[in-house]
Design a protein. Structure first.
Length: 119
């Protein structure tokens, strides 16, 4: 199966279990793998025969900016569900990273990863 990787999609959002995360917000990063048939575009060299991923990037950035969920799992699921509504996508992998989780004495990152197919 063919796929398109979109990495490093950053956006400022308001998802988090703590009240201050819902008010102050923080940076998130999204990496995607989109599985679809790329053979028609590989033969035709026409944008119409593939996924114009600019729209996917914009949609993800807008969703992260406007969604207000308590859990990363819910935001990652919302991203996956929105992407699966695009024509021709057979499977999506979403890696959603909270770049600076507000956890005392923790300087790492928290990442949720999921794989979804249309239902």
């Amino acid at each position: 199966m063919d796929c398109i990787h979109l990495t490093g999609i950053r956006s400022y959002g308001y998802t988090g279990a703590l009240p201050e995360e819902q008010v102050l917000g923080q940076w998130f990063e999204v990496d995607l793998i989109l599985w679809l048939d790329l053979q028609p575009a590989g033969q035709s060299d026409c944008l119409e025969d593939t996924l114009d991923y600019r729209g996917v990037i914009t949609m993800v950035q807008q969703l992260v900016k406007t969604a207000r969920f308590a859990l990363l799992e819910r935001l990652a699921t919302a991203i996956a569900d929105s992407i699966l509504n695009w024509q021709s996508i057979e499977q999506v992998q979403v890696r959603l990273t909270k770049l600076a989780a507000p956890i005392p004495d923790f300087t790492g990152q928290v990442t949720i990863e999921l794989i979804r197919r249309p239902s």
